[in-house]
Design a protein around this ligand. Structure first.
Ligand code: HEM
Length: 411
């Protein structure tokens, strides 16, 4: 079976979804620049993956063509609200549009701003851990891992109490989870695509109401800043405003939730590392890096060759797509010592977890802060927490890797 995947990479293969690392290792060693029958290249070595995401000879290219690769040439990409949205998200853009749109939000996520958020992020972590414990919840993913970073994003975007009611938050979480499969490296089936489209319409309407409120009642939040940027000059169209806010909102918790879930599972599986962290909480920051290196919640990203390129032994032609598997690069023994060992001590080598180059994750510092604070609060408030790894259920997604069910008891 492993051979089969190596012969043609398929992100829907059940065994690959269950445990991708043996397949990544086989590709990395035997076919590092691999052609998948699905019509794209797959790179798994650290140096190749880094080059693909950093080198400006690789970019996003022709969005319509890239999506039609999965569906065929007759597929009307922009007729689908979910793909129309994706076409405008700035991670999918090349300069100069990428530079302009990223510039509008990156200030709000600067290291200085993020550091200033620490007390509030800590308060939210405490609140949500205590609520989880008091209400005796079972599923740590939906009842903590998602809610905590979602509330942080609500604060940042200025979603007030009303919009941030529990049921509304769960609805928003679900809408993002149903929409984000458009990032996946495959065609969605008609049910998935229909659902993604409907949820995108819901998200667009939901956020339009917020924009209207912020136009009439400005506040000290990112939405007001973006609404004012849109009104002040013509650098941001109404669609771009809506796209950017939905994109930030979703990116702000979809990966972070699974960083927390995957980390919790890893601590459950590795009691020695859990004990080490309990003994020395200063290891919280490197532990978060290790969660993300060892079991990254975003496994890969795409680029298009903008000109003909040589990659390893292969000639890549202009217009061809390349899937850079960051999670495979993060286990490359050419770059990391003992890459298959989960070790929360600081590592000198830098993983590709947050990407690199012009698309380097704008939320990396926020994700790191949330991860560290979560661990500090968990270990100091609930040191006897129990993780039931046998009861864990993985979601069926290649790109966004994590669990949809993980039983945890805090006391
Ligand atoms: C553990 C959490 C996270 C992981 C693993 C992660 C990973 C990544 C990666 C790998 C990229 C680069 C994609 C590429 O090069 O194609 C990226 C970009 C991005 N991330 Fe994150 N991210 C995380 C959290 C966040 C958070 C908390 C936010 C927002 C508050 C965020 C917002 C974004 C945005 C807007 C981009 C696009 C940047 C651009 O195109 O210039 N991410 N992320």
């Amino acid at each position: 079976m492993q051979r089969q995947i190596v012969e043609s990479f398929d992100p829907l293969h059940r065994e690959l979804l269950r445990d991708p690392y043996p397949y990544f290792a086989a590709l990395r060693e035997h076919d590092p620049v691999h052609w998948s029958d699905l019509g794209f290249w797959v790179v798994t070595r650290y140096d190749d993956a880094r080059r693909v995401i950093v080198d400006k000879q690789f970019g996003q290219g022709d969005f319509i063509r890239n999506i039609q690769l999965f569906y065929g040439e007759d597929f009307d990409v922009l007729a689908h609200p979910a793909y129309a949205w994706l076409s405008r998200v700035f991670v999918m853009q090349d300069p100069p549009d990428h530079t302009r749109l990223r510039g509008l939000v990156s200030g709000a996520l600067s290291l200085k701003r993020i550091r200033a958020m620490e007390p509030r992020v800590r308060e939210l972590a405490r609140q949500q851990l205590d609520r989880y414990a008091d209400e005796r919840h079972e599923n740590f993913i939906s009842e903590f891992a998602y809610l905590f970073p979602t509330l942080v994003m609500c604060d940042m975007l200025g979603l007030d109490e009303d919009a941030a009611s529990r049921s509304q938050l769960l609805r928003l979480n679900q809408a993002i989870a149903d929409t984000f499969p458009v990032f996946e490296t495959r065609a969605l089936n008609p049910e998935e695509l229909g659902l993604a489209d409907r949820q995108m319409v819901f998200l667009t309407e939901f956020f339009s109401t917020l924009f209207e409120r912020r136009r009439s009642q400005p506040a000290d939040d990112l939405t007001t800043a973006l609404v004012q940027a849109q009104e002040g000059n013509d650098t941001l169209s109404p669609e771009e405003l809506s796209t950017s806010v939905i994109g930030l909102f979703g990116a702000g918790f979809e990966t972070t939730a699974h960083m927390i879930g995957n980390g919790m599972y890893l601590l459950g599986r590795h009691p020695d590392q859990r004990q080490r962290l309990a003994d020395e909480l200063a290891l919280a920051a490197p532990a978060v890096e290790e969660f993300l290196r060892f079991e990254s919640s975003l496994q890969a990203t795409y680029r298009t060759a903008l000109t003909d390129q040589q990659l390893g032994d292969q000639r890549i032609r202009a217009g061809e797509r390349i899937l850079a598997i960051l999670a495979a690069a993060n286990r490359d023994h050419r770059h990391f010592e003992a890459p298959d060992v989960f070790d929360i001590g600081p590592r000198p080598q830098k993983p590709l977890t947050f990407g690199g180059g012009i698309h380097y994750c704008v939320g990396a510092e926020l994700a790191r802060l949330e991860g560290r604070i979560f661990l500090e609060e968990l270990f100091s408030r609930y040191p006897d927490f129990q993780v039931d790894c046998c009861g864990a259920r993985l979601r069926e997604a290649f790109l966004f890797r994590g669990f949809d069910h993980l039983p945890v008891r805090l006391r």
